[in-house]
Design a binder for this molecule. Structure first.
Ligand code: UT7
Length: 332
């Protein structure tokens, strides 16, 4: 392979999780649930939560600084900051502008991107286009999510599932033959009503679904999303593997969105891959929407599970409904 940098890949990674831990036994004291039910149905054992007055951007800034250090580049070398979130601190300024200012990325444009749990994967695709065309060289993606702020803590069907955290990646040029080899991205807005978080408007149907006083909370038809998630994780993984002219045997690791260990097991079975090839950390953090994949990828790299030349598949699915996947030949 030539050392010419015509590929586009991940140059550095960072993650940041709040210190506060909420365990399943803590939840037993809050709603009618049990550690046994949560572990059996979801695999989740605990999740991290922001403190009441802690801004979410704080986690994003921390993850971003770590990703730039890992990539060995300065904030001034960043051309674009994309923040993926469905729980921004402010609608204006965008989270991307807040973080751009805090890290001193003074040469960068900045915008937020909301594709719910698929956000990081959508942003990776956007970043690749800008770098492929030569318009930008270094793009910082920061996935930050504070789901604890939009959870109804009286609704046992959802409050046990989610957590807070941030993951970041610097995307830029890598050696030819390495980096992102294939991308799949899609949406089905006709199924959007299956996961909703109303913001400044909500229709009567969505208001009626929310039993408690606070209506600006997440509502989900768990079993509909579950079926979609298993189907989509398998399809979107197979698609990028085939588009890279590879087979499952060539794949070192699949890193999926961490919504539920049963979704991951179901999709792995459908794909016919051993569970040892699929990275799972949902037991530690629960579902952190778009931040799940960069956090899991960072952990997998830190554990030495991914090295230069390995083929890995990242696959996201969730609200929208949306999905996106990528086959990456690790170039670091
Ligand atoms: O990131 C976005 C994508 N999100 C997802 O992918 C989530 C997809 N969905 C899921 O992960 C699962 O559907 C859930 C974990 C949300 C629910 O699991 P399930 O196996 O589909 O359970 P269910 O909703 O069918 O509920 C089964 C029973 C119900 O009781 P009945 O009607 O059988 O008496 C629920 O009321 O479990 C009850 N239940 C609970 N029990 C104890 C629901 N939540 C709880 C709870 N503790 N926390």
């Amino acid at each position: 392979m030539s050392s010419e940098k015509t590929g586009v890949g991940i140059l550095g990674l960072g993650k940041s999780l709040p210190e506060k831990v909420l365990t399943n036994s803590d939840l037993e004291k809050m709603v009618d649930t049990s550690d046994e039910w949560i572990v059996k149905r979801t695999g989740i054992q605990k999740r991290r939560l922001l403190e009441k007055n802690q801004p979410l951007y704080e986690l994003g800034v921390d993850a971003a600084n770590k990703a730039m250090a890992d990539a060995g580049i300065t904030a001034e070398e960043i051309d674009l900051v994309i923040v993926t979130t469905e729980t921004p601190d402010y609608l204006a300024p965008s989270m991307a502008c807040i973080i751009q200012g805090k890290i001193g990325a003074k040469n960068a444009a900045a915008f937020d991107l909301n594709a719910a749990c698929s956000g990081f994967m959508y942003a990776l695709t956007v970043a690749k286009q800008f770098i492929d065309t030569g318009f930008y060289k270094h793009i910082l993606i920061v996935a930050c999510e504070g789901l604890s702020r939009v959870v109804d803590w009286k609704d046992r069907a959802t409050c046990v599932l989610f957590g807070d955290g941030a993951g970041a990646a610097v995307v830029g040029p890598v050696e030819q033959g390495y980096g992102i080899q294939a991308i799949e991205m899609g949406a089905d807005g006709t199924m959007g009503h299956n996961i909703t978080i109303p913001c400044l408007y909500m229709n009567e149907e969505d208001a009626a679904k929310r039993e408690h006083e606070n209506k600006n909370v997440i509502w989900m038809d768990g079993s509909e999303v579950f079926k979609f998630a298993v189907r989509t994780m398998a399809y979107a993984s197979e698609k990028v593997i085939a588009d890279s002219n590879l087979t499952l045997d060539d794949i070192k690791l699949i890193i999926p969105h961490q919504a539920n260990s049963r979704i991951i097991e179901g999709a792995a079975k459908r794909l016919g891959v051993p569970e040892s090839k699929v990275y799972v950390n949902v037991q530690e953090y629960g579902n952190i929407s778009s931040a799940c994949i960069p956090i899991a990828l960072n952990e997998a790299v830190e554990k030495g599970l991914v090295s230069k030349g390995d083929n890995i598949v990242l696959v996201g699915f969730g609200g929208g409904l949306t999905w996106a996947s990528s086959m990456i030949r690790w170039g670091k």
